[in-house]
Design a protein around this ligand. Structure first.
Ligand code: ARG
Length: 462
């Protein structure tokens, strides 16, 4: 960002110039310049309201509107000269406006303070960010649904304690992540309601003596209503913390999926392959193809969690109302949004490039005695109490393990040695497909249920 030297923004209150290092230390322009478009939007709404209530003359408003349009063009074109001397985005834009249109520019700040101005800018920024994050979530959910539909009948081992537990379908596994992201989406929708409130009118902290019309500004900026208390409006950043918590949960979910993709891509599992464009090689080991993107998602989750802790800590010691501490909310918030939006965009595409290897999944599922529970359930249905059935199957598993085979590979005679209740119907129960098909109720893994769940989910994200 180009930085100009310009004279300081505030008046003759001071008898010596601010120390150069202090200027750098206190300035927010190196990062809050990103709020410029929202700042201008907020300023124009404020100016329109001042004209509406008769505080600002028609020609002054017209000049402000014209000046701001030029400034916006300069900013977008990259020719706007940001100045560290002018501290922050608000003073930079106001000075540029006054340079362009004279006294009308100086009238813009009537009935307003940078305190309610920045609170408004951050809320406008975050509202827009939430909308972007929500569409990123939807894109990932759509990719998960495509995978779930394609693999509604693809059997894989389901794990608990990372030990083979029971067969599930890969589609069912993907739908688990769909549900997590659905809750994340709903959480953001709820947080958005609290973000979407107007601080302007709070002025520095106590309100203003001008006959302002806050509801007018609410309508202009598309807010749902005003912040009811001026002290609260300028000081609390709980809405940003709440967003940051929701962002952390999204990253936590994606980090878990990343961990699975990494494991599954390891030759020890060999369940999937990731498209080359999401991987890198090794500079020394020619055979390597590393799952860099999921690893980085897992790694970047740490910085998003860190920002949440940073924001909470930033807020906890502040007396009412505004304190300069709040200037420190921007970098963690911006980084959270940038990280999240990039992660979701890459992830939606990366999921499309996952190549599933059904043979490897099936092989793993048939090696871990994953239908042991089905055998127990079979005996229960024939009258054996579940605890006794559990014991019978445990002995059968031990025998199969000793022989180096799966339960389904034991002969009828061998199985009958563990319980006389066993008949030839047992083999249907011991197959992976039989196990899947038996779990046929809402929320379970039977292929029929997975297909129905995909259909319901498609309607949700439409
Ligand atoms: N740059 C400031 C911030 O980010 C804007 C508000 C400054 N207000 C003040 N009274 N110094 O919070």
């Amino acid at each position: 960002m180009p930085m100009d030297k310009k004279s300081g923004a505030w008046s003759g209150r001071f008898s010596e110039p601010v120390d150069e290092l202090v200027k750098r230390y206190t300035a927010s322009i190196p990062f809050d310049y990103r709020l410029a478009e929202f700042d201008i939007k907020g300023s124009l709404a404020h100016a329109r309201m001042l004209r509406h209530v008769g505080v600002l003359a028609e020609e002054d408003f017209a000049a402000i509107e014209r000046g701001m349009a030029e400034i916006l063009e300069d900013i977008r074109g990259g020719s706007f000269g940001w100045s560290l001397e002018l501290e922050d985005v608000h003073l930079n834009i106001e000075k540029a406006l006054t340079a362009k249109i004279g006294d009308a520019g100086k009238r813009l700040h009537t009935g307003r303070s940078r305190n309610d101005q920045i609170a408004t800018d951050v809320r406008l920024y975050l509202r827009d960010a939430i909308d972007r994050v929500q569409s990123g979530l939807r894109a990932c959910q759509a990719s998960l649904l495509d995978m779930a539909e394609e693999h509604a009948g693809t059997v894989m081992p389901g794990f608990t304690h990372l030990q083979v537990a029971q067969p599930v379908t890969f589609g069912h596994h993907m739908l688990a992540y769909f549900e997590m992201l659905a809750r994340d989406h709903a959480r953001l929708a709820d947080a958005r309601k609290r973000v979407n409130r107007l601080p302007l009118g709070a002025a520095a902290l106590a309100g203003t003596s001008y006959p302002i019309d806050r509801e007018f500004v609410v309508r202009e900026l598309g807010f749902d209503g005003v912040c009811e208390n001026s002290l609260d409006a300028v000081s609390d950043r709980d809405f940003a913390i709440e967003f940051s918590a929701a962002a952390s949960l999204i990253m936590m979910h994606l980090s878990r999926l990343s961990e699975e993709l990494i494991l599954w891509m390891s030759p020890r599992f060999g369940f999937i392959d990731l498209a080359d464009r999401f991987c890198t090689g090794s500079s020394i080991m020619p055979q390597k193809k590393n799952p860099d993107v999921p690893e980085l998602v897992r790694g970047k989750t740490g910085r998003v969690f860190g920002h949440l802790m940073g924001l909470l800590t930033l807020m906890k010691g502040q007396p009412l109302a505004y304190n300069k501490d709040n200037q420190e909310d921007k970098e963690p918030l911006f980084d959270t949004v940038d990280t999240l939006v990039d992660t979701l965009t890459i992830y939606a595409d990366m999921l499309k490039g996952v190549r599933v290897k059904p043979e490897a999944m099936r092989k793993a599922a048939s090696e871990g005695f994953s239908t042991a529970t089905d055998l127990a359930d079979y005996l229960v249905k024939k009258g054996l109490p579940f605890r006794d059935a559990h014991e019978v199957v445990a002995r059968a598993v031990r025998a199969a393990e000793g022989k180096g085979c799966d339960l389904a590979d034991l002969s009828l005679v061998e199985l009958q040695a563990f319980s006389p209740l066993v008949d030839e119907g047992v083999f249907a129960v011991l197959t992976l497909e039989g196990s899947l098909a038996a779990r046929n109720h809402i929320g379970a893994t039977a292929p029929e249920q997975v297909r129905a769940a995909v259909a319901r989910a498609r309607a949700v994200i439409k």
